[in-house]
Design a protein around this ligand. Structure first.
Ligand SMILES: Nc1ncnc2c1ncn2[C@@H]1O[C@H](COP(=O)(O)OP(=O)(O)O)[C@@H](O)[C@H]1O
Ligand SMILES: O=C(O)C1=C[C@@H](OP(=O)(O)O)[C@@H](O)[C@H](O)C1
Ligand SMILES: [Mg+2]
Length: 174
């Protein structure tokens, strides 16, 4: 069966929803950030600080192409992945893509709530600091930069996506 890719901004719910969707469909679940962490033996903040973003984007492109097409997998991508190294074209050629379209304002709220509940996770995303007063501006800029790529997805789900809503929209795509 076709692979299913979840794309969208950080904290749009790709990893959380992806796991639930995979369980529901009895597909495998993979998270490209986790694949990179395993391959590198380092955390994402460590990769960014020691090797830089360019290196991270190359690792993303490599792990994406290492996933078997047609392998009945739900793939949670990193927020920036579709926007580098022709990854969106590759995603479109090898599976069904779903864009979780969550506004920068809603993302900000999620990140801040998450940082309050789990302070240890606050540094997990090197490009987004939940305590930064400029975070909303950063998120708006990233959203504007990425939206033309994200919109190329086969399916767009706006706002809080439920597994059922995704299953309904997937319909004939599988
Ligand atoms: N639909 C949702 N509504 C509110 N919070 C959510 C939702 N989906 C995910 N979250 C929360 O947002 C945070 C990041 O979710 P995650 O699935 O890791 O996003 P992504 O993989 O897109 O970065 C987590 O704290 C998660 O609980
Ligand atoms: O938006 C981005 O560029 C990034 C998003 C992160 O993934 P999530 O979207 O799963 O948070 C992770 O890949 C890295 O911190 C860079
Ligand atoms: Mg994720």
């Amino acid at each position: 069966m076709k692979n299913i890719y979840l794309i969208g901004m950080p904290s749009s719910g790709k990893s959380t929803l992806g796991k639930r969707l995979a369980r529901e469909l009895m597909y495998f679940f993979v998270d490209t950030d986790r694949m990179i962490i395993r391959e590198e033996g380092r955390t994402i903040p460590e990769i960014f600080s020691q090797s830089g973003e360019v290196y991270f984007r190359e690792a993303e492109a490599r792990v994406l192409r290492s996933i078997r097409p047609g392998g009945s997998q739900v793939i949670a991508t990193g927020g920036g992945m579709p926007c580098f190294h022709d990854n969106m074209a590759y995603i479109k050629a090898t599976g069904v893509s779903i864009f979780l379209d969550v506004s920068p304002e809603a993302i900000l709220a999620r990140m801040q709530v998450h940082a309050q509940e789990y302070p240890a996770d606050a540094t997990d995303r090197p490009l987004y600091n939940p305590y930064d007063d400029e975070l909303l501006g950063t998120l708006r800029q990233k959203y504007d930069d990425r939206i033309d790529i994200y919109r190329q997805a086969d399916i767009t789900i706006t706002g809080d996506a439920t597994v059922q809503a995704v299953l309904d929209r997937l319909g004939d795509w599988l």
